[in-house]
Design a binder for this molecule. Structure first.
Ligand code: FCB
Length: 443
């Protein structure tokens, strides 16, 4: 099984999850600093204060990436390093860091893929209302222009947002992520302002003459009804609205889904949508990023038959409680390519959490992770053979890191990070992935 020449084999990380150095060189606080320091918010009270200390160890980390043989690296820029208060003065030292990183990648022959927002909203903007406030979208576009002015000549792939669903829903409805709110009206408002921020950032990048390709990354799920029962079918349709269509439809069709107004009528009338917003949100892109982790079977929720759903628990849950379903990746790629867009697609994340450890033989034998990636790479290849224009695949993650509300309690990396010493060691999956990249495929 071979992939096309030039297929982008990458690896992914995000700023707050790896950098540490949260108070260095003028970085301002973000909502994740505040949230992780809130008692009870993160498992064991872990924070990203030090994380993988990547801010100081980036050279060594880039060497490890080069050793893997990746053609591309997806990282994120921390908005509060570049514009510490979210709007207003720019911090050149923050830009210097990302410039060193980008140059370091290019020197090693690795293509940078830059995410502008991977959840670390400057705290000052949260205090002004955060994503519930329309102005935040404007500030994001200004920040995008600042990053582009410094790095635009060297970055071939730009992603505006990572997973607007998680920012909006996990952060504002479920309260499990920063800013830790639990209010559906605020969450739906945040969806719109995040998408608007994306649209305005695309416009800012275009106005700046961006030469790289511009996209966004959504986490998409594959949703099925648990049975033919019309109540389960309707529940699956609502779950699909909530998890997928609320993002795909505005971004790629320029309209909220036909059933959105009715579904959310109890919490909002969508008065936050202004003339021209949807045109801006649906501005043409150059590629579309997909993060895939979850496949769901939905059934009716007896406690909330009109609006609710229940996700049927997986038969064999992983340590994060979800199942392993490589076929879901194929379903999503097919759907996006058939129903939504002919844009090139990139799998910008997929991965498996484990409690990795060093065995008595000194090896970190993450065979389950290898099986996971093997299955998902095959699913991606099958999609290619069906004609899906997939151009890249980025495992989550390059190395173990701060896994948001789970802190350091679960590991996703191909490199093991021993946090007390900051030593990185390849797991078996790193060797497996390097071999896959060398062969540009699997046997
Ligand atoms: C995704 C996030 C990423 C990482 C993985 C496991 O939702 O984008 O930062 O935490 O999950």
């Amino acid at each position: 099984m071979r992939f096309p020449d030039g297929f982008l084999w990458g690896a992914a990380t995000a700023a707050y999850q790896i950098e540490g150095a949260v108070a260095e060189d003028g970085r301002g606080p973000s909502i994740w600093d505040t949230f992780s320091h809130t008692p009870g918010a993160v498992l064991r009270g872990d924070t990203g204060d030090v994380a993988c200390d990547h801010y100081h160890r980036w050279r060594e980390d880039l060497d490890l990436l080069a050793g893997l043989g990746v053609g591309a690296y997806r990282f994120s820029v921390a908005w509060p390093r570049v514009v510490p208060a979210g709007s207003g003065p720019v911090n050149p030292a923050g830009l210097d860091f990302y410039e060193r990183l980008v140059d370091g990648l290019l020197e090693r022959g690795i293509t940078p893929m830059l995410t502008l927002y991977h959840w670390d909203l400057p705290q000052a903007l949260q205090e002004a209302g955060g994503w519930a406030e329309r102005d935040t979208a404007e500030h994001f576009a200004d920040y995008a222009a600042v990053v582009h002015a410094r790095l635009g000549d060297r970055v071939p792939y730009w992603l505006t947002l990572n997973e607007p669903y998680c920012s909006a829903v996990v952060g504002h409805l479920e309260g499990r992520h920063a800013p830790g709110l639990r209010d559906e009206r605020t969450a739906v408002t945040a969806v719109h302002h995040l998408l608007l921020a994306h649209g305005k950032a695309v416009a800012a990048l275009r106005a700046g003459g961006v030469s790289g390709r511009v996209g966004i990354t959504c986490n998409l799920t594959s949703v099925h009804p648990a049975s033919d029962d019309p109540a389960d079918v309707a529940a699956a349709r609502r779950l699909d609205l909530h998890e997928n269509r609320m993002y795909l439809d505005p971004l790629l069709r320029g309209a909220y889904p036909h059933d959105a107004a009715e579904h959310y009528a109890a919490v909002t009338d969508f008065a936050f949508v202004r003339d021209g917003d949807l045109e801006q949100i649906a501005a043409p892109l150059d590629f579309f990023g997909i993060n895939y982790y979850e496949r769901h079977h939905a059934r009716a929720d007896p406690g909330d038959p009109a609006r609710g759903w229940q996700r049927v628990p997986p038969e064999r849950p992983t340590v994060t409680g979800i199942g392993v379903h490589p076929e879901g990746l194929g379903e999503i790629l097919d759907r996006v390519a058939k129903e939504y867009t002919s844009l090139p697609l990139v799998v910008t994340e997929t991965g498996l959490a484990l409690h990795d450890y060093t065995g008595p033989d000194g090896e970190i034998a993450d065979d389950e992770r290898i099986a996971f990636f093997d299955g998902h790479v095959r699913a991606a290849h099958d999609a290619l053979t069906r004609g899906v224009p997939l151009i890249g695949f980025f495992p989550w993650s390059f190395m173990d890191n701060f896994e948001w509300a789970s802190g350091y309690g679960v590991r996703y990396g191909m490199y093991y990070v021993d946090y007390p010493t900051q030593r990185r060691r390849p797991k078996r999956s790193a060797h497996w992935y390097a071999a896959l990249i060398r062969a540009n495929g699997l046997d």
